[in-house]
Design a protein around this ligand. Structure first.
Ligand code: PGA
Length: 247
């Protein structure tokens, strides 16, 4: 199974649902539709209405983050996994570099993953090295640390997806070479196998993915799909990624 996940970040109002409607029409009719899943993560404000609208349709709706407590608490502006589930979210991202940059620690991320899984959300756990770490050839050790500090054998790996997003690639148009990415993805799967002792969860790539470079990624069979930021905000760009991947 392949995954095409869109991360809208701080984008979208109720009428932006037309973008998802177009993507959903393409997805519902695509002859390859059984080979992949499409998941979109709009901001919190749209999760309930979009989830209701797409309830019996192909696209699934998820959140971009969740708070590290399970249900209710006195943390201003926080949204828990239980609350997300109650309005129809099926997935949540955890550990996006934007949120790590704003203070998410490994301890917080572990609680986010744990409580999200406990509330039957599928978790897309994001990891990735920054520019300096890459320059100092620390990529593989950084990724290993990010995975082993947070993920535990007892977590349900069937509800877990890992997204490798090098920070230097997000929103910059810069992407790793095929060789680098293949090596990194194999390393991530090896670390995951070490944690879970069985097959590894799916591993996605994210960072400047668009319709023009996705064909390069399809050579790397170890990559199970994509987490897409910028190109998920227009239906044409997002559909082009799927189209060109299966061309
Ligand atoms: P990008 O963002 O596709 O715009 O590089 C990816 C992400 O941040 O998830």
């Amino acid at each position: 199974m392949r995954y095409f996940i869109g991360n809208w970040k701080m984008f979208g109002v109720p009428k932006s649902i037309s973008i998802l409607n177009k993507i959903n029409s393409y997805y519902s009719k695509d002859k390859n539709r059984n080979k992949y899943r499409v998941i979109m993560t709009p901001p919190y404000t749209l999760i309930e209405s979009y989830s209701k609208y797409f309830k019996n349709k192909k696209i699934s709706i998820g959140a971009q983050n969740c708070y590290q407590k399970e249900q209710f608490s006195s943390n201003t502006a926080a949204v828990s996994p239980y609350m997300l589930k109650s309005v129809g979210a099926k997935y949540t991202l955890v550990g996006h570099s934007d949120n790590r940059g704003e203070g998410d620690t490994d301890t917080m991320l572990k609680d986010k993953v744990r409580y999200a899984l406990k509330n039957n959300l599928k978790v897309v756990f994001c990891i990735g090295e920054n520019k300096t770490e890459k320059k100092n050839k620390k990529t593989l050790s950084v990724l290993k640390r990010q995975l082993t500090k947070v993920l535990e054998k007892k977590f349900n790996k069937n509800n877990l997806i890992v997204a490798y997003e090098p920070i230097w690639s997000i929103g910059t148009g810069k992407i790793p070479t095929t060789d680098e990415l293949k090596k990194t993805t194999i390393h991530i799967k090896k670390v995951l196998k070490g944690i879970f002792k069985k097959n590894s969860p799916a591993v996605l790539y994210g960072g400047s993915v668009d319709g023009s470079n996705v064909e390069m990624f399809k050579e790397i069979k170890e990559i199970d799909g994509f987490l897409v930021g910028g190109a998920s905000k227009t239906s044409k760009k997002f559909i082009d990624i799927i189209k060109n991947y299966y061309r």
